[in-house]
Design a protein around this ligand. Structure first.
Ligand code: 1SD
Ligand code: ZN
Length: 262
């Protein structure tokens, strides 16, 4: 189909290095977070999210995930604090998930996977003029990662899952205004942080990762709705369900993981 990469047998994470050699680089993501090997950094403050009510614009299927995009033309929705030297603007959020409950997150904790992982992607608009420029700079992006475990229904995730029928096919998009992702976060934002990369090609080593320790809870039924999305476009004869769209943990290569909580 002319796609350079995907999550299938022939185009999945194990072959990404052929087209994207940085896949074998020194600061790749995700990683396995081993809590007792992480260092406490008492100078790390809390992360603070200033998310305005009204900056979400649309929901889209980009062929790899479902993405909610934001108006990032000003500082109305930013993350600050923690390891960040200045505010980073919210650009979009998306999810990674598996086929059945036990796998699906990208980061793992002491070797354990969660069912899914939410990524809120922010960029450094103080130092860089466009998202694209920031995405190739070592301090260009800040991604907040939230684990999803299975259990009860998550009240606010329904806002997303109810809109999925509009973006079933790759390349489809629909209006999605006024959604504040704050409702998808756990009550504590205690986190681990380390320097890494995008987890999808082009795998740029430009991300300050902030991975939140406490998961949110969503139901198996809600995850099932994510799995009704398709990797494929409306015009393609073959239909492939969107699932297992996660990259497995990469080598730490001497990096330090820091934590902020007690
Ligand atoms: O998978 C996303 C990808 O869709 C895109 O959003 C990219 C940023 O341009 O980020 C990656 S990830 O590293 O946040 N998984
Ligand atoms: Zn992601």
């Amino acid at each position: 189909t002319g796609n350079l990469w995907g999550y299938g047998k022939e185009d999945g994470p194990s072959v990404w290095h052929k087209n994207y050699p940085v896949a074998q680089g020194d600061r790749q993501s995700p990683i396995d977070i081993v809590p007792h090997q992480a260092s406490h950094d008492p100078s790390l403050g809390p992360v603070v999210l200033n998310y305005d009510q009204c900056t979400s614009i649309k929901i889209a299927n980009n062929g790899h995930s479902v993405v909610v995009e934001f108006d990032d033309s000003d500082d109305r929705s930013v993350i600050r604090g923690g390891p960040l030297d200045n505010p980073y603007r919210l650009k979009q959020f998306h999810f990674h998930w598996g086929v059945k409950g036990c796998h699906g997150s990208e980061h793992t904790v002491a070797g354990n996977s969660y069912a899914s992982e939410l990524h809120l992607v922010h960029w450094n608009a103080v130092k860089y003029t466009t998202f694209g420029e920031a995405a190739t700079a070592p301090d260009g992006l800040a991604v907040l990662g939230i684990f999803l475990q299975t259990g009860d229904d998550h009240r606010w995730l329904n806002m997303i899952t109810d809109a999925l029928y509009t973006v079933k096919f790759k390349g489809s998009a629909a209006d999605f205004k006024g959604f504040n992702p704050k409702c998808l976060l756990p009550s504590s934002l205690h986190y681990w942080t380390y320097l890494g990369s995008l987890t999808t090609p082009p795998l740029h080593e430009s991300v300050i990762w902030i991975v939140v320790k406490d998961p949110i809870t969503v139901s198996e039924k809600q995850l099932g709705k994510l799995r009704t999305l398709l990797f494929t476009g409306e015009e393609e004869d073959q239909r492939t369900r969107m699932e297992n769209n996660f990259r497995p943990p990469q080598l730490l290569k001497g990096r330090n993981v820091l934590w902020s909580f007690r």
